[in-house]
Design a protein around this ligand. Structure first.
Ligand SMILES: Cc1ncc(COP(=O)(O)O)c(C=O)c1O
Length: 427
């Protein structure tokens, strides 16, 4: 914390630019923590907030409902194949906690009380609350709480750049899939398998190889294990498709959305389940089958209203097609980025790029600096007029989804200059 003696105060933002109290404007390469869709101050979204805030600011979902939340649930079910009902919360970590609770209680509700274990992929990230830490266990982030976390089964995951000795990428994928099958076949207590959909983002921008997620989905069906997908960071266009699991051909039992749901303007998340799961919670009062879970701001009408407008804009502007075109800009820069001395690997899909920095390109030696790489690159980025954030040794580019080709060119050029100017401080 001592490195951060002061923070820039952001006072306003428009389009892809955020402005601090000294009047400096930075191009937003982080999409305000991976959630901004249209850029800042989008009139339609601001109007949706203003309009709804004059009518109904908040009304609880305990015994009650509200029209924007109802409408949003209908739309979410419509765009999510196989899903039937929606449970709202106000952040991604909670949406995942809810997913775990629903999955565990499902087995209890249908009388299969032995199914109590959760399996997940190593290096997955599902949030910062206790359940989310237990399931998405990133050792660097959560090691200090290990003793307090409930046990989960963690399965290795293929990372093309760092394949263990003795394997090639293809063999290692099979190794991981075989591990899952072995677990499932030997342990009938497994309730659910949890993974991010399409890619692990916080765990190092690890984009899953084609077919990997589909194979896991198939194993879940074969061995009667629920599949929980986390689309909080990867859904809604980040990886180039609206719903990532349709592209991956793996229909989950439970899926969570967050971040981009409201265009990145207000706090809201959603956990969706299929009909089979929903119906297991139906019963008479003294069957005690209902889910004991609710947050004060569940289904907030202003958040729901801006989410409804956001979804309308996706359709109206054909955003997914636009992302597919704009994201090709990243490809133009592959060579230029790879040539940089400290760049070991680049991983890109849709509007997400991870640039892995290494000490020694040939040996792929990880960087082990005394200062935080994030701090070094944040300061260097600022000098080049961009807001940049690294996760460990990965420089992440996660711009607002509707960024123009020209602005993305600018972001990439400035990122290259930033890395070149700062790399001598990390090796
Ligand atoms: C895949 C994934 N799941 C869950 C979360 C947690 O969401 P929140 O920060 O809204 O709690 C994140 C946040 O980055 C995420 O990337």
């Amino acid at each position: 914390m001592r490195e951060w003696d002061s923070f820039n105060e952001i006072v306003k933002a428009k389009g892809m630019w955020i402005t601090d109290s000294d009047g400096n404007s930075l191009l937003d390469g982080v999409a305000s923590m991976w959630c901004n869709v249209w850029g800042h101050s989008k009139p339609e979204l601001v109007n949706a907030i203003t309009k709804q805030s004059k009518k109904l600011q908040h009304s609880s979902m305990f015994n009650l409902t509200n029209q924007p939340a109802e409408k949003l649930a209908e739309s979410l079910v419509k765009i999510s194949p196989g899903m039937h009902k929606v449970f709202y919360s106000d952040n991604g970590s909670s949406a995942m906690e809810i997913a775990f609770k629903i999955a565990l209680q499902y087995w209890n509700n249908i009388g299969d009380k032995k199914k109590t274990k959760i399996t997940a992929l190593e290096n997955g990230y599902h949030g910062d609350t206790f359940g989310a830490m237990a399931v998405g266990y990133v050792p660097e982030f959560f090691g200090k709480f290990k003793k307090q976390l409930f046990p989960t089964i963690q399965i290795p995951v293929p990372n093309k750049y760092r394949i263990p000795m003795g394997y090639n990428y293809f063999d290692y994928q099979n190794f991981c899939i075989d591990k899952i099958e072995k677990q499932f076949s030997e342990d009938d207590k497994i309730a659910a398998f949890v993974m991010e959909s399409g890619a692990q983002v916080a765990g190092g921008v690890n984009i899953f190889p084609k077919g990997f997620q589909r194979k896991i989905g198939k194993l879940c069906k074969k061995y009667n294990v629920l599949l929980i997908l986390d689309e909080i960071a990867t859904g809604f266009g980040r990886l180039g498709s609206m719903i990532q699991y349709t592209e991956q051909k793996s229909i989950p039992d439970i899926v969570a959305y967050g971040k981009m749901l409201t265009g990145g303007y207000l706090t809201m998340a959603a956990t969706l389940t299929n009909k089979k799961i929903y119906e297991s919670f139906l019963g008479e009062f003294n069957d005690w089958k209902h889910l004991f879970h609710g947050h004060t701001f569940t289904g907030n009408p202003i958040s729901a209203a801006v989410a409804n407008e956001n979804l309308k804009l996706y359709q109206k502007n054909n955003l997914i097609k636009k992302i597919q075109k704009t994201s090709k800009v990243f490809e133009k820069y592959y060579d230029k980025i790879t040539e940089i001395d400290t760049v070991g690997d680049i991983r890109h899909k849709g509007m997400l790029m991870g640039i892995e920095l290494v000490k020694d390109k040939k040996k792929k030696t990880p960087i082990n600096p005394k200062k935080s790489i994030n701090k070094i690159f944040f300061e260097a980025g600022k000098k080049h007029g961009i807001y940049l954030r690294t996760l460990g040794n990965i420089v992440m580019l996660v711009p607002p989804l509707a960024i123009s080709e020209e602005e993305l060119d600018l972001l990439l050029n400035r990122t290259i200059d930033t890395i070149k100017s700062a790399q001598n401080q990390i090796i």
